[in-house]
Write a protein that binds this ligand. Structure first.
Ligand code: NAP
Length: 255
């Protein structure tokens, strides 16, 4: 829907590629100005430049590690300065460090917790200041079907469940300022993340994807756009009474 996010400024973390890039593109299609914050600064700039050229919106790419408070603060300050505000936050940056519990290292645990949980917390804390000033805001956390439990992902399933609790709590605290907070929980989506998982399992990514698709009720793997479409709705005025919810987007009740 063209123009439904016109005049808004959106930050998509981890938006250089995958679900984040598709979400940035979808929000730009709806008229929002875009900031992409990613560890991969060059990738963030390239994706932003592509979006700016195709959708004729302002789009900037910034290098930032969401797990580092000073970098998040600097990123949000720069967005407010260059784009004028910050109205929409998509907490999308993520990593996996899968291992069965008996092989999972402290580093596997700490790195996943730092990027997903601390990263989302730091970004939400910084972004809500800008949103409260204007009395309008949207926060969407990327959760996962893994929040329901998944073999080899004690770290990841824990943080993805945590991101649901965070969205519910932000919804309660920030609702009075016109800010909604929700979580979107994707099932199997074809991205670099799922391809890397296939390779780690010693599988051919295309074959693995086809196999996964057979277990999904709609009989296909998800694509980043499937997630971006739902996020774009949650970021619109049409969704102003939807807050503190978890929406599974998995081609079935559980992908
Ligand atoms: P992806 O293709 O691996 O993209 C993730 C992006 O996040 C990368 O550009 C990565 O940058 C960036 N990133 C990682 N750590 C960061 C940090 N500390 N600070 C800033 N940026 C960082 O992943 P995806 O599949 O699009 O997943 C996006 C989100 O959806 C994640 O939260 C993921 O957990 C969630 N999700 C995905 C699926 C799926 O099936 N794909 C399912 C459920 C949930 P670098 O390239 O520099 O590392």
């Amino acid at each position: 829907m063209a123009n439904r996010s016109e005049g808004r400024v959106a930050l998509v973390t981890g938006g250089a590629r995958g679900i984040g890039a598709a979400t940035a593109e979808r929000l730009a299609e709806d008229g929002a100005a875009i900031a992409i914050g990613d560890l991969d600064g060059a990738g963030a700039e390239a994706t932003a430049a592509d979006i700016a050229a195709r959708y004729r919106v302002k789009a900037i790419g910034l290098k930032a590690n969401v797990a580092v408070a000073a970098e998040v603060e600097a990123m949000v300050e720069e967005i407010a300065l260059r784009l004028g505000s910050l109205d929409i936050l998509i907490n999308n940056a993520g990593i996996t460090r899968d291992n069965l519990i008996y092989k999972m290292t402290d580093e596997d645990w700490d790195s996943v917790a730092a990027v997903h949980l601390k990263g989302a917390f730091l970004c939400a804390r910084a972004a809500q200041r800008e949103m409260v000033k204007r009395g309008w805001g949207r926060i969407v956390n990327l959760s996962s079907v893994s929040a329901l439990g998944n073999r080899g992902q004690t770290n990841y399933s824990t943080v993805k469940a945590g991101l649901q609790g965070m969205a519910r709590t932000l919804a309660i605290e920030l609702g009075r300022y016109g800010i909604t907070a929700n979580a979107v929980a994707p099932g199997f989506i074809d991205t670099e993340m799922t391809r890397a998982t296939a390779l780690r399992l010693g599988r051919d990514p295309e074959e693995w994807k086809e196999e996964m698709a057979q277990q999904i009720p709609v009989r296909r793997a998800g694509v980043p756009r499937d997630i971006a479409n739902v996020i774009a709705f949650l970021c619109s005025d049409d969704a102003s009474f939807v807050s503190g919810q978890v929406i599974y987007v998995a081609g079935g009740p559980r992908g």
